[in-house]
Design a protein. Structure first.
Lengths: 402, 434, 233
């Protein structure tokens, strides 16, 4: 195999080599980093919130005027909804997972403001929350209706129990995790005991650093606005969304119903930027691969045309068609080799820069070598056509004197 | 000679249509894609009020948790906001916060509906150059006297009053009667610099009322509230707490006024410290619009990442162009030799081919505008219109100019080496004499 | 008009040709018609390139119209070529995608001439070779002989000091070749100096003055008036 002469010839044509190699290097950098970002975002988008999303929706009721009685309204609404055929359960709440808006507190292991605070989302609800959210209780127990307090927003929070997500339990009590039932933590200066632990419950903020740390507390605020989270039997959601809104809007003239939305829609909206980003990245990758392939084909054709007489001469001297084909494939392999080596450096550098600037996770080690292999294959496929045509060049060209 | 060279460029294109079109195509894609990201960065990271952004400052008072090291809160407490507005030390100033409420339209045919509004002082409107379609902002005395006055947006005016002049009419909001003093014209700055706490790219609120009414009439708050210490229980607990939920902007006309106001803030903070508040080390500040947007990191990381990737895409397209230009110009060595024999010096030949490169660049730029427009439309569709304002996602005159200039100059730059190679040859060799 | 003394040209690059001119001296006066002959390639080509300011000489002196060209940089050489020399190439070297008018127009463009004067001159040049009617045609639509006439018109359009022809009839059949030679004679009769490189012996014998180059030097110089051949050592 004529590796030596091929390499020496390439070394004499550094510009041509670098033109292709740099294109390959940049394409690889963009491709590998973009694929990594896409995969990371897809993983994030696929994380479960803990809820039975396809069958869950929510709406809010806001009262107005002097005739409006928030407590009575809510009590009646909940009774009506819970007894509606097709609705499995309803929970009043202040916030909805994944929705982007809600409430969070900093928890501590003791009543000592100098201790570090562990952030957690708080869902103010009643004993129906666990069932409505279809959460899996893996330790301890849910609250009973006696535990639920009714307060005004200006009252001091009086709850003493909480149902927490496993992730939150593990952050609060790392050694115990699941068996942290009965342990006490502090919210501001008052103690709260973990009465139950659920396997998964996300916060309302899917991209926050503490997105798996959430808790439900048996406290209910009396205010003009109430939000109801509703879980339905499979297949009943769409019908019930329309019906409940109508029923509630018409049975009480002193309030309006707004913000009717399904969990599916909520998830789609909250992750829309991520999915837009993934689409954009995918387009950029495809475009780059296309352009680089065209570039490789173009320069290969140019180089081969320039050397037509040479190729004919080789054939006249006894080279077979396969050997001509192989010659150009090897040449391209080395050029791609330079390209992916450069590309590896750029890729890793760029990835480190991204993860340090934006505090995002670093790329796994295997992304780079896979990227290198893919680009070498792309290069070889691109140059296959021109090389095959080069192999067709007639030996007779050698003697023609043009 | 310029038009002569331009004609030669067109002829040269015709002679190698495939090669030349490939070049135009590659440039169009690289420049077009880059300009899509450029537009996003330009608007999202841009200055929404350049005429006076250097005179508008967001106030920072560090009322944060003494036990942690996090950044000073980006908003003020109610106590601090009240104290500042009552001191009235700036040329113009406004506390401002989002609120929501139920609007009961006149008549029984339209059901009440919920709106998101904003509380501010009368100064808000002249400070931020907010344009009025009808009427005027309320008078400063209305802020002090807790007058129930309101300014509504053009869209709300269309919805309620068919777009007619509704100044003087009464609006029922949150159970109270408000008198409309003015209707805004189209106004929705991008980014929404005056309140970046929720979504810096959402549309504007629908009604504006005097800020003091938020608390006096107990409107539900609708922005971001953050408390490092739980409020004391009781009715005034929240208002006296360290919870921050107020944005505070001042207008200071020159550096003297700026220095004076900062001094005032520091004096105020020192005084509060004596009362036992503001436990952290003194860290008050004034940030003008651009500084504030930068500090609050309003430009999303995604656009920064995409900038880098788009730059690499452009680089690949230009490398491609260099290769194609090499092929093209090296193939013209015969013609170049003849022209030299006929008296063209290297400068003329260089100029001729720079113009040819520029010509191709211009064609690439024009096609690139099409690519950019399509890309921007695509992004608009991907983002959807419900989450944020997207009407600014389109080509604007600056972007068009930059696209064309970028395409022309990038292609000329890419062509430098190929042109130099082609023009520096020994004419004798390529004339094939004997 | 053209005065070369002891010209030496050495090639130091890795070109295939390694031939050179060595102690080459030649004077050509206004109005002469000189043919240069010699074995294939080598000295003839080098002489042509140096005379035409397409290459620089290593040592010796070349005065063109009294100007010493060795001092000149590319800009000045280009200007001289444009104003004083008219090239005629063996393979015509017309620009394939310009029409006849535009082809002849090229050297005048480099002179910065205004468009009215250019048009006058080009039309006159086309007329003088009898191709005015076809001025909008492209070279591909012309026969070899016609193309060479256009090339000659292009060479003459700027009123050069002399024409430098490189094997002008080499790509033409004998009949057309005669026509072109006749045209060149006519041009010379009207006062234009012509230096023609050829390896066609018959043409050389017919010319008024013939220089024979061998191994980079003049080996024979013969003028038609005198029957003797003087050998220069």
């Amino acid at each position: 195999m004529e590796i030596g002469p091929i390499l020496r010839a390439l070394a004499r044509n550094k510009l041509g080599v670098m033109l292709i190699a740099l294109q390959i290097a940049f394409t690889m950098t963009v491709m590998v980093n973009a694929v990594f970002i896409i995969i990371e975002r897809s993983k994030a988008m696929a994380r479960p919130s803990g809820l039975d999303e396809p069958n869950t929706f929510y709406l809010s009721s806001t009262g107005f005027g002097d005739q409006f009685n928030p407590e009575v309204t809510e009590r009646d609404d909940l009774e009506l909804l819970r007894n509606t055929p097709g609705i499995i359960d309803v929970a009043p709440t202040n916030a909805i997972p994944v929705s982007g808006s809600g409430s969070s507190d900093g928890l501590r292991l003791d009543d000592d403001p100098t201790l570090p605070a562990i952030p957690a989302a708080v869902y103010y609800s009643d004993e129906h929350a666990v069932n409505t959210m279809d959460l899996k209780l893996i330790a301890g127990e849910n609250f009973s209706s006696n535990d639920v307090l009714y307060q005004r927003p200006s009252d001091r929070r009086g709850y003493t129990k909480a149902v927490v997500s496993l992730a939150l339990a593990e952050v609060l009590f790392p050694e115990e995790g699941q068996s942290a039932v009965g342990r006490t933590f502090y919210n501001d200066s008052y103690p709260v005991q973990i009465s139950g632990i659920v396997e998964t419950l996300q916060t309302p903020w899917p991209t926050s650093s503490f997105t798996e740390q959430a808790m439900i507390v048996p406290l209910h605020f009396i205010s003009a606005t109430s939000t109801y989270l509703i879980r339905t039997e499979p297949g009943e959601r769409d019908r019930l969304m329309v019906e409940t809104e109508e029923v509630l809007a018409t049975n009480n003239p002193n309030r309006i119903i707004r913000g009717l939305k399904s969990m599916d829609e909520t998830r789609e909206e909250s992750y829309r930027l991520d999915s837009a980003m993934a689409t954009i990245l995918f387009t950029v990758i495809a475009t780059l691969v296309f352009i680089t392939s065209m570039g490789i084909v173009g320069l290969a054709v140019f180089g081969i045309n320039r050397r037509r007489k040479q190729i004919g001469t080789r054939r006249a001297l006894g080279a077979t068609q396969v050997e001509i084909l192989r010659h150009f494939m090897i040449e391209n392999f080395f050029i791609s080799g330079v390209g992916v080596s450069l590309g590896a450096v750029f890729t890793i550098g760029f990835s480190i820069m991204l993860s340090s600037l934006f505090e995002s996770p670093t790329m796994d080690w295997y992304y780079t070598p896979v990227g290198m292999a893919i680009l070498i294959v792309i290069g070889q496929v691109a140059v296959l056509g021109p090389s095959a045509r080069a192999a067709q060049i007639q030996p007779a060209i050698a003697t023609r004197s043009i | 000679m310029f038009y002569y060279y331009l004609r030669l460029s067109a002829l040269s294109y015709r002679r190698n249509p495939i090669l030349s079109s490939l070049m135009v195509f590659a440039i169009a894609i690289g420049v077009g894609a880059y300009m899509v990201i450029f537009t996003l960065n330009y608007v999202m990271g841009g200055n929404p009020i350049p005429q006076k952004s250097a005179e508008l400052f967001h106030v920072q008072i560090d009322s944060g948790n003494p036990n942690t090291q996090d950044d000073p809160p980006p908003q003020l407490t109610y106590l601090d906001a009240r104290a500042l507005i009552e001191a009235n030390s700036a040329f113009r100033e406004t506390p401002t916060s989002k609120m929501s409420g139920i609007l009961e339209p006149e008549g029984d045919d339209v059901r009440p509906f919920s709106i998101v509004g904003r509380g501010s002082s009368a100064d808000f409107f002249p400070m931020f150059n907010v344009p009025f379609l009808y009427g005027t902002p309320w008078d400063g005395s209305a802020d002090r006297n807790l007058q129930q006055v309101v300014v509504i947006t053009k869209e709300l005016n269309e919805r309620l009053y068919g777009g007619n002049d509704s100044t003087g009419k009464t609006l029922r909001l949150h159970g109270y009667s408000f008198q409309i003093t003015g209707v805004l014209d189209d106004w929705s700055p991008v980014p929404k610099f005056y309140d970046v706490n929720n979504n810096a790219f959402e549309g504007s609120e629908e009604v504006f009322i005097p800020w003091n009414l938020i608390t006096s009439l107990e409107f539900p708050r609708n922005g971001n509230t953050s408390c490092w210490k739980a409020p004391e229980p009781g009715p005034d607990g929240f208002l006296n707490s360290e919870c921050v939920w107020v944005q505070y902007w001042v207008e200071l006309r020159d550096s003297d006024e700026e220095a004076d106001y900062l001094q005032f803030l520091n004096n105020y903070a020192a005084q509060q410290k004596e009362f036992g508040r503001l436990p952290r080390e003194m860290n008050n500040g004034l940030f003008d619009v651009e500084e504030w947007l930068l500090k609050q990191e309003v430009l999303p990381n995604e656009t920064k990442i995409l900038s880098a990737l788009a730059a690499m895409l452009l680089a690949v397209c230009l490398l491609n162009t260099i290769g194609l230009l090499l092929s093209k110009f090296l193939g013209k060595s015969g013609e170049i030799g003849v022209r030299q024999a006929l008296g063209a010096h290297k400068g003329s030949l260089f100029l001729q081919h720079v113009i040819e490169a520029g010509f191709i660049g211009l064609l690439g730029g024009l096609l690139g505008l099409v690519v950019a427009a399509a890309g921007l439309e695509g992004i608009k569709i991907l983002l959807g219109e419900d989450l944020m304002r997207t009407d600014w996602i389109q080509l604007n005159p600056t972007v068009v100019a930059v696209t064309l200039l970028l395409a022309v100059f990038a292609t000329i730059a890419a062509g430098f080496y190929p042109i130099w190679r082609a023009c520096n040859i020994n004419p004798a060799i390529h004339l094939k004499t004997q | 008009m053209l005065d070369m003394k002891n010209i030496r040209k050495v090639f130091r690059t890795d070109l295939v040709e390694t031939c050179a001119l060595d102690d080459f001296s030649l004077t050509v006066d206004q109005g002469e018609f000189v043919t240069i002959t010699g074995p294939s390639g080598c000295g003839k080509t080098t002489f042509l390139n140096i005379a035409g300011l397409l290459e620089t000489h290593t040592s010796g002196q070349y005065l063109l119209d009294g100007v010493d060209v060795s001092e000149l940089r590319d800009y000045a050489r280009a200007k001289l070529r444009n104003q004083k020399i008219g090239f005629i190439f063996q393979s015509f070297n017309l620009m394939p995608d310009l029409n006849l008018f535009d082809n002849i127009d090229v050297p005048l463009r480099y002179r910065g001439m205004k468009s009215r004067e250019r048009k006058e001159r080009v039309d006159k040049a086309l007329d003088s070779v009898g191709l005015f009617a076809r001025r909008k045609h492209v070279p591909a639509q012309l026969s070899g002989g016609q193309q060479q006439r256009v090339a000659i018109a292009r060479a003459l359009v700027g009123d050069p000091l002399f024409l430098l022809a490189d094997e002008p009839t080499g790509n033409l059949d004998s009949h057309t070749a005669m026509g072109v030679m006749a045209l060149l004679e006519e041009i010379n009769d009207s006062g234009t100096t012509i230096i023609m490189v050829t390896h066609d012996q018959s043409l050389a014998e017919q010319s008024k003055r013939n220089i024979h180059i061998l191994d980079g030097r003049i080996s024979t110089e013969s003028t038609r008036r005198s029957e003797e051949a003087a050998t220069v050592a």
